[in-house]
Every structure is written in structure tokens, then in C-alpha cells.
Design a protein around this ligand. Structure first.
Ligand SMILES: Nc1nc2c(ncn2[C@@H]2O[C@H](COP(=O)(O)OP(=O)(O)O)[C@@H](O)[C@H]2O)c(=O)[nH]1
Ligand SMILES: [Mg+2]
Length: 234
């Protein structure tokens, strides 16, 4: 509990056996529930996550969004939901920076911006920086939203998240949340967070295929909602 509210954390994870225990270990004691959404890891991720004290649920359909959705279904009762990756790039000890603006009523969605924070050398690859920059420019142009990053470390009021009716099953998850937040006008802010080089092997930005697929998915989501905007205006 923090400030009388229940805080739930969701960690989507795929083959993060060396990192997942560290992530869970650094989550503040005031968090009520930690759910690791395993996406069919072939290593000891499930064992390590359980050992570190998280509840583990499995999602057989591959995809970041699919895992996040599964994690959400598994949360028992949270007033605020926090998402954090399982590779130890984000620093879970900074979680209060994301949660507190929601508890004080300042924001409904708080994005941890790596671009505004301290990034360890090599932690954000050039293609990631470019992809983030482009996506944020497009979101500003189409939806008037001022974001600097699509950072995965973020917190949202549970009721607001429900209203967003999230759909994306893959890497469009983060951008979909931001686009929908901008379109529905929920109070959104960014706070600087630090970002380290991940432990283990990247499945997305570190591979050519992963980068192209994630980039296309992100653009598809932005243009899908832009199209919806045009239809509404017609
Ligand atoms: N559930 C799920 N998680 C994934 C998948 N691919 C990657 N992840 C997790 O999503 C997070 C981000 O992936 P990562 O490989 O670090 O991507 P990068 O940060 O862009 O290099 C990590 O916690 C991964 O374990 C997937 O298909 N399903
Ligand atoms: Mg990562």
C-alpha cells in the first residue's frame, strides 16, 4: 500500500533468468502485488521469478502486449498499475517517481522517459532513439501529444487503464497506451528515469528483425488511430 492505495506491478518476461530476480528484488516494499507474465521462456525465468517472490502467470501467445494483458487479468485488486521490463534496464527503485503523481491526483498516466533521464552508454541503441523520436513526432503532429519517449517503465491509474480498452498484442502496446491517452485527454505526464544496459540478450532492439517488426508495429498503431481521428472529423 502507498498512501492507502493498492499498487500492482506487471513484468512481461521472455527468457530473463539472470535479470528477473534483480528486478523483483529492487521493487519497493510498498508494492502489494507483483505479477510476472511469462511468455513461454525456455530458461529458468519462471523458477527465478517465483523464488524472488512474484506470482507467475503464463501466456502462450507470444507478444509483449499479450503478456501485459495476461498480467492485468491476473492482478487481484490494484488502484495503480505499474509496468516494468524484466531485463533490469529500468530501475524499479525509481517507482515512486511514477506512482506518486497518480496518488496525488496530478496525473492518470506517468511515463518514465529515458530520453529525459540518465542513460548508460550503449543502453539505448541509435535505432531505438530514432524510433522513439519519430513516434513522438508523429504523435505530436497527429494528436497534439507531447511525449519524448515510448519507455516501458510507466504507471497508470487502474480505472483509466480500463477505459483505454487496450488491444495490441505485440510491441504496439506502449504506443497504443500513449495514443489513446492523448485522444481521450486523460492527464498524462513524463518523469525522467534512468536506463541501464540490459542483462541478457535483447529480443527487440538488439536484432535487425526485432527492430523492423517493432518499428512497423508502432507506426501501424499510430496510423490506425490517426485514421480513426479523420473518420471522426468527417
Ligand atoms: N512477454 C513477452 N515479453 C517479451 C517478448 N519479447 C521481449 N519481451 C520482454 O519485453 C521486455 C523488452 O524486451 P527487450 O528484449 O529488452 O527489448 P529491447 O529493450 O527493445 O531490447 C523484456 O522484459 C523482455 O523479456 C515477448 O514476445 N513476450
Ligand atoms: Mg530491454
Amino acid at each position: 500500500m502507498r498512501d492507502g492505495r493498492r499498487i500492482g506491478v506487471i513484468i512481461p518476461a521472455l527468457n530473463e533468468e539472470n535479470a528477473i530476480g534483480l528486478v523483483i528484488g529492487d521493487i519497493p516494499a510498498w508494492v502489494d502485488e507483483i505479477v510476472v507474465a511469462d511468455n513461454g521462456s525456455g530458461d529458468a525465468t519462471v523458477f527465478e521469478a517465483s523464488k524472488a517472490g512474484a506470482r507467475v502467470v503464463s501466456e502462450l501467445e507470444r507478444g509483449y502486449g499479450a503478456a501485459c494483458q495476461r498480467g492485468l487479468q491476473a492482478l487481484e485488486a490494484a488502484d495503480v498499475v505499474v509496468f516494468v521490463d524484466g531485463d533490469y534496464s529500468d530501475d524499479p527503485r525509481q517507482m515512486s517517481l511514477l506512482v506518486d503523481p497518480i496518488l496525488s491526483g496530478t496525473a492518470d498516466l506517468v511515463i518514465g522517459s529515458r530520453v529525459m533521464g540518465r542513460v548508460e552508454r550503449g543502453a539505448l541503441l541509435p535505432q531505438q532513439r530514432f524510433g522513439n523520436w519519430l513516434a513522438c513526432r508523429l504523435m505530436r503532429y497527429f494528436f497534439g501529444a507531447s511525449y519524448s519517449d515510448l519507455g516501458p517503465f510507466r504507471a497508470i491509474r487502474a480505472g483509466a487503464l480500463e477505459n483505454l480498452a487496450m488491444q495490441d498484442r505485440a510491441f504496439g502496446w506502449t504506443v497504443e497506451m500513449q495514443v489513446k491517452a492523448a485522444r481521450t485527454g486523460i492527464a498524462t505526464m513524463e518523469v525522467p528515469v534512468s536506463y541501464r544496459r540490459r542483462i541478457g540478450v535483447s529480443k527487440i532492439s538488439g536484432t535487425v528483425c526485432g527492430t523492423i517488426l517493432a518499428g512497423l508495429t508502432i507506426l501501424r498503431v499510430i496510423f490506425k488511430f490517426r485514421h480513426a481521428n479523420c473518420r471522426a472529423a468527417a
